[in-house]
Design a protein around this ligand. Structure first.
Ligand SMILES: Nc1ncnc2c1ncn2[C@@H]1O[C@H](COP(=O)(O)OP(=O)(O)OP(=O)(O)O)[C@@H](O)[C@H]1O
Length: 305
């Protein structure tokens, strides 16, 4: 494995090529190519066991790959594990300052206070972390990372233990780092990824099945879909719709409601009234489904099977 300060393109903070770690029995990460542009927020998403933690640890040099290379252009890299573990008797400010000292960096009391303030832990600065909740421990891990002013910060499932307000606060914090630091974070909470990430990589069974913007992922992998409400005609209408090649999928949800997917929004909007008119079916109501990352993810991981 090579870890150098040179990466192929000057704008990239991380470049991985053909990265492979095979645990055996089909578990691991295989032939992962990844490019993370500097100053961006990059999301690594995938179902449980897809290989997110393995890939992160390969990128940070915590694990060695069987094959492949990683190049990192960053002077200070911080890695926050999903559940940080600190000596329970240390106070929050001791965790932050000792952590920096262990990395050979001297930090002032003001820097420690600022880091704790950024993650909303000022009020608990002098409490031993033994009594901290999982969410507080995650925020403390982030403060310990931020105090060293990393230019690349890697967060493994940073919001998994947080309540909705804590999640929103942490995501705002991540969003504010854009431009100033490169942030790479893994999550299975797609709403969060969609909210803050410039680019995503989707991992499925150890392989990167997509890398690019969330917008393109959604455009490419979500078929436009609608629910059509008719009075008791859904079962009869489904095969009539399925006969048309602009329809990719039509199925009744219940006797009054039909789920319809089409090749394009335009095809659906022109085709639906025609089929309904030919069948002499009245339309009681209809709703278009929002194209979001969740539907794209389901469609992409279904296709990649
Ligand atoms: N040290 C190891 N030895 C053998 N198998 C491992 C090891 N670490 C992870 N695995 C397996 O490799 C696969 C990927 O695990 P990994 O923890 O990287 O996935 P993940 O996407 O982070 O999962 P989760 O979302 O559940 O945390 C899983 O099948 C896991 O059981």
């Amino acid at each position: 494995m090579t870890r150098t300060t040179d990466v192929e393109a000057p704008g990239n903070a991380v470049v991985a090529t053909g990265l492979t770690r095979d645990y055996g029995g089909g578990a691991g990460v295989y032939d992962a190519d990844l490019r993370v542009a500097r100053g961006t927020v990059f999301g690594l998403v995938g179902p449980n066991g897809a290989g997110k933690t393995t890939l992160i640890s390969l990128l940070c040099g915590v694990r060695r790959p069987d094959r492949g290379t990683v190049s990192v252009r960053a002077e200070r890299v911080a890695l926050c594990p999903d559940v940080p573990d600190f000596e329970p008797w240390l106070t929050a400010s001791e965790v932050v300052s000792f952590g920096a000292r262990l990395r050979g960096q001297r930090v002032t009391r003001e820097q420690v206070e600022r880091a704790l303030e950024r993650v909303g832990l000022s009020g608990s600065a002098h409490r031993r972390n033994r009594s901290f909740s999982r969410g507080m421990r995650q925020r403390l891990g982030l403060a310990a990372a931020l105090v060293c002013d990393p230019d690349l910060i890697v967060l493994d499932e940073p919001v998994s233990g947080l309540d909705p307000q804590g999640r929103a606060d942490l995501l705002n914090l991540v969003s504010d780092m854009r431009g100033e630091r490169t942030v790479l974070f893994s999550s299975h909470l797609l709403d969060d990824v969609q909210r803050v990430c410039d680019e995503v990589a989707v991992l499925k069974a150890g392989r990167v099945v997509y890398q690019g913007s969330v917008g393109v992922l959604v455009d490419r992998h979500v078929r436009p879909s609608w629910h059509l409400w008719t009075r008791g005609r859904a079962h009869e209408l489904a095969p009539l719709f399925n006969r048309h090649d602009w329809v990719t999928h039509a199925a009744p949800v219940d006797p009054d409601c039909l789920h319809l997917e089409a090749v394009s929004v335009e095809a659906g909007e022109y085709g639906m009234p025609r089929v309904l008119a030919e069948a002499g079916a009245g339309l009681v109501g209809m709703s278009a489904h929002e194209a979001d990352l969740e539907s794209a993810f389901v469609s992409l991981t279904r296709e990649a099977r």
